[in-house]
Design a protein around this ligand. Structure first.
Ligand code: BES
Ligand code: MN
Ligand code: MN
Length: 455
């Protein structure tokens, strides 16, 4: 039986099994879901086992377990290590979902559920592609699976795991589906990801909340001060004002910028989709460049003072914000975090105290387009889309990609099948049924071409 007819014959089951995974609320950020996260790991392991893997293990870490599995068919064949994550982002605000986040539903050809695209839907394509290759006797490479449960909270235990299991994780390439393509009829492969430096700041004014009339105007209001400090970190051209912030930014060559300018992109569609009158970003760069090759500083959350019903006149003692900085080659998260902290402390007026707490970080990556893994992925996508995929840059971060390179000296290929409009991390996250099956069809083609190109 051909892989295509096997997939066709098992369509309904492939969807139903993904739904089983999607029904488990494996929210890694919220410890009240820890039993569910573990249950999800077990379920993923079961599916990989029944697909035909030989060793399937739940590897314990200081956090959530890593699902490891392998099928070694011939030590002389190349080995593909598939990475993905079974944890998901919190689903809140739940009231904005049209159907409940953990009750997967198909509407207009899209699967709606938290994790439908990021990354359960995309990781599960590999399990089903593996099953398909096993059942049709077409597995052309050895395969290893490493599906983790802490990606959405910074993969803090994965570095240690990789360092301690170098031999076991040995592979010729790491294959990841956790990114997006330009459009369903414009296949693309991400050849870059941004890094991340994430910090939380606390600004303290007076030692207690005060009456905003009795004291207002005389002492620092930490919320006013925090807003001013945040606003001052961009200038009128929306360049970031932190001294040294751009110091290590690698200039992108004119040729690379020309290539980016040729990437099909409809600014009007983009604005329409987001219901905005105009885009906004760093002067001198296009929208694609602003998310692909330029670093950013964004407030992800800000709070303090009275936010209950009605008006309470209060001058708060404290204000807080969570700030992310997306990084590009050759910036490093430790250095950026450090200069952010120094700068933030230096601009604080005397009337407040500030505290900066670093959260997780991650390093940016660029992957080559002239490598065997990229070529194999491009050929695979050409086979199933009938079009040459365009190399593009993803704005998000997958910190383990740089880590794999460092710890395992192994290159990654980012063959993602999502769309930027899939609302990952947002209410009503979804994944196209088309995309799910396109992935399941394309992955065996990757294995085929990777084996051929390695001959
Ligand atoms: N899959 C995303 C990253 C992504 C999405 C890359 C789309 C490129 C295109 C991943 O799960 C993610 O959300 N990563 C986090 C970083 C992590 C340290 C919390 C991110 O980018 O915010
Ligand atoms: Mn992801
Ligand atoms: Mn994510």
């Amino acid at each position: 039986m051909s892989t295509l007819s096997y997939i066709e014959a098992n369509r309904e089951r492939f969807l139903e099994e993904l739904f089983e995974i999607l029904r488990i609320p494996s929210i890694s950020a919220d410890s009240s879901y820890s039993a569910e996260v573990r249950k999800c790991a077990e379920k993923v392991a079961e599916f990989i086992k029944s697909a035909g893997a030989d060793h399937v293990e739940l590897e314990e870490t200081a956090g959530y377990p890593i699902v490891y599995a392998e099928k070694i068919i011939d030590p002389n064949l190349p080995t593909v290590l598939v990475y993905g994550h079974y944890d998901v982002q919190p689903s809140v605000p739940n009231e904005l979902w049209h159907t409940p986040p953990f009750e997967p539903t198909i509407r207009d050809g899209k699967i709606y559920a938290r994790g439908a695209c990021d990354d359960k839907g995309q990781a599960f394509m590999h399990v089903k592609a593996f099953e398909t290759m096993m059942q049709t006797n077409s597995l052309a490479c050895n395969i290893k699976f490493m599906i983790e449960g802490e990606e959405e909270v910074g993969s803090s235990n994965l570095g240690t795991y990789c360092r301690n299991n170098k031999e076991k994780l040995k592979a010729d390439v790491i294959l990841i589906s956790d990114t997006s393509m330009i459009a369903n009829d414009i296949p693309s492969i991400d050849v870059g990801l941004r890094g991340l430096s994430y910090v939380e700041v606390e600004v303290t004014g007076p030692n207690i909340d005060l009456h905003s009339g009795v004291y207002g105007g005389a002492v620092a209001n930490p919320i006013n001060v925090l807003c001013q400090m945040i606003a001052s970190m961009h200038d009128e051209n929306r360049h970031i004002t932190i001294p040294g912030f751009y110091e290590d930014v690698l200039e992108v060559s004119a040729a690379d910028r020309d290539a980016l300018a040729k990437v099909p992109f409809d600014i009007n569609e983009y604005k329409k989709h987001l219901d905005i009158e105009d885009v906004m970003g760093e002067a001198g760069f296009s929208t694609i460049e602003r998310t692909g090759i330029r670093p950013t500083l964004d407030v992800n959350g800000i709070w303090g003072g009275y936010i209950g019903e009605g008006a309470k006149t209060v001058l708060p003692s404290k204000a807080y914000a969570k700030i992310s900085m997306r990084l590009v080659p050759n910036q490093t998260s430790d250095k950026i975090t450090e200069i952010f902290q120094k700068h933030f402390e230096s601009i604080a007026p005397k009337g407040v105290k500030v505290k900066v707490t670093p959260h997780h970080g991650g390093e940016p990556v660029v992957t080559p387009t002239d490598s065997v893994p990229f070529k194999a992925a491009a050929k695979a996508m050409f086979d199933t889309f009938g079009k040459e995929p365009i190399p593009s840059r993803g704005g998000g971060s997958i910190p383990i990609v740089a880590l794999f390179e460092k710890e395992l000296q192994t290159k990654t290929v980012l063959m993602g099948f999502g769309l930027d409009s899939d609302a990952i991390h947002s209410p009503n996250e979804h994944y196209g049924v088309f995309n799910y099956f396109k992935g399941i069809e394309t992955i065996p083609r990757f294995f085929h071409h990777f084996a051929e190109l390695n001959k």
